[in-house]
Each structure stands twice: as structure tokens, then as C-alpha cells.
Design a protein around this ligand. Structure first.
Ligand code: PAF
Length: 278
């Protein structure tokens, strides 16, 4: 596995890798969810690349950039074991040198849900992902369904800006009790960790109602809310039952939907979602 830091080294290394190249962009502190993306890339691409970069521009001023968990050595071991060929470790100064002033912004899809709660977040994500696509020139790029809106926004960006890259969205990986895997789970103390599967339970409750025939979106939002507020350590930020394509809140359901939520467990903000269709 080749590890590079400068953009020049990356470009030189990239030129020597046979196509198609599958890219897994990450912020490090890798878990099995990330590794499942690498494995998928390995199974379907000639070359597999990853980036590790805790992107400062996607964190708000009150968010957890400074204490975002890091474990570079562990990450590199996991990437190597999963068959990665090339890893880029850019620095913030390289990505955003003094005088940097160009941003990539998706309008509609980036506005509701996470976009409403985390102003500027998706602008940071789409900007860095566009830069990663330019640097790696991948034929495929892999993202997790756990960040459903991020995946939708990146698909939109790739289409709108004519990036010749196929965006592959991979299923959410879960712990045995249903908690969606996330680097942020490492912030949870023992009690909080026990409480955290309430997100999964609330999604399951809404899904059960949906499959029993419920098509009133407000009822599904209420079912998720009722489950979440019954957990004393949980503080609900939003629940949503939205149209899958537009991410707009629904009243009556008659197509593919995204059930999603953001919930604080203690000081840790967790998100999760299910996609449902008939
Ligand atoms: O999902 C993430 O880890 C990040 O948002 C991404 C896509 C690597 C961009 O920094």
C-alpha cells in the first residue's frame, strides 16, 4: 500500500494505477462500516484508493473538529488489510492554502434536515469531495447510506458538475444491538452507549407501522418521536419522514421515503435513517 501526502505525489502515484479506480473518501478513525466500503471497492475495481482528511470546512464553529477522534496508525493497518492500494493524507494547509476562496454548493437537496441544523456543513463536504474527485480522478466513489443526505447531495453534485464518476452508496453497518456504526460512537460513555440504540428502535417502530399500512407521514414522525422521548438520555433534534428524491417533508406517503433523525445522547449527536418503499 502506497501512502502519499502531497498532491504531486498523489498525481504521480495515481497515473501508475490501472483503471477503474474506486475511491473511499474518509475522515479517519475507521470502523467496519468504512472497511465495508473498501471491500466493495476492492471487489469491483482494479485499483482501490482512500483518503483520510478531517475536513475543517464541514464542521461548524461549535462542532467537534478539535476533538474529532484520530488513529492514523490503526486506520492505515485496516486499509492495508482490506486491500487498499493507495492512501492520500492531505493536510488542511494543502487543501485550503492561504487565499483559498472557491466553494461548491448544492442548493435544494442540501437545505433541509442536516443542512438546516448544520449551516455550511454540506458546502464543506461538496467542496472537499469535488477536490478529492479532481485529485484522484476515480471511476467510482463509495459512500455510506448512514449519511443519507450527504449521499444524495454528492450524487447531485457529481451529476450537475459532470464528474465522470459513479457514486456507489453502501448499506449502513450496525452493531449487534442495532446502533449504526459511526466514529462518533466512541464519545459515548457506558450509559449513553446503552441508550443509543433508541434511534434504531424508533426507526423500526415506524417501519413496522409503515408495513402495517400506515401512509400518514405525521403518524410515522410521531411514532419515532414517542420512542425517542421515552429514553431519558436522548434529546431529539429532528425526526423526518421525507420524499426520498426531494428530501421534502411529506404529509401523505405514496412513493419511496427517507425516515431520518438527529438525536443527542448526552453531548454526542447521532444520526440514523431507513429508506422504505413498497
Ligand atoms: O462522510 C465523511 O466521512 C465525510 O463527510 C467525507 C465524505 C469524507 C468528506 O469529508
Amino acid at each position: 500500500m502506497q501512502i502519499v501526502t502531497s498532491l504531486e505525489e498523489l498525481r504521480a502515484a495515481r497515473r501508475l494505477r490501472p483503471a477503474p479506480l474506486g475511491l473511499v473518501p474518509t475522515m479517519g478513525y475507521l470502523h467496519s462500516g468504512h472497511i465495508s466500503l473498501v471491500q466493495r471497492a476492492r471487489a469491483e475495481s482494479e485499483s482501490v484508493a482512500a483518503s483520510i482528511f478531517v475536513n475543517p470546512t464541514q464542521f461548524g464553529p461549535t462542532e467537534d473538529l478539535a476533538k474529532y477522534p484520530r488513529n492514523l496508525e490503526g486506520d492505515l493497518n485496516l486499509l492495508e488489510a482490506a486491500g487498499t492500494d493507495l492512501v492520500w493524507l492531505p493536510t488542511p494547509a494543502q487543501m485550503y492554502p492561504t487565499g483559498y476562496q472557491t466553494w461548491v454548493e448544492v442548493d435544494g437537496l442540501a437545505s433541509p434536515l442536516e443542512g438546516a441544523m448544520r449551516p455550511g456543513h454540506f458546502r464543506g463536504v461538496t467542496t472537499v469531495v469535488a477536490k478529492l474527485f479532481n485529485a484522484f480522478q476515480p471511476q467510482r466513489a463509495y459512500f455510506g447510506q448512514k449519511d443519507a443526505q450527504q449521499a444524495a447531495v454528492i450524487c447531485r453534485m457529481a451529476r450537475d458538475l459532470d464528474f465522470p464518476v459513479e457514486i456507489v452508496i453502501c448499506p449502513t453497518l450496525r452493531e449487534a444491538d442495532g446502533l449504526a456504526m459511526s466514529s462518533r460512537n466512541s464519545y459515548l460513555n457506558t450509559d449513553e452507549r446503552q441508550a443509543a440504540p433508541v434511534l434504531f428502535r424508533s426507526l423500526n417502530a415506524a417501519r413496522a407501522a409503515y408495513y402495517a399500512g400506515e401512509r400518514n407521514a405525521e403518524k410515522l414522525r410521531q411514532i419515532m418521536t414517542d420512542t425517542l422521548i421515552a429514553e431519558p438520555l436522548a434529546r431529539l433534534q429532528y425526526v423526518s419522514c421525507a420524499d426520498y428524491d426531494s428530501l421534502q417533508e411529506l404529509q401523505e406517503i405514496n412513493g419511496k421515503i427517507l425516515l431520518s433523525m438527529a438525536v443527542y445522547i448526552g453531548k454526542t449527536r447521532l444520526i440514523d435513517n431507513f429508506v422504505l418503499e413498497n
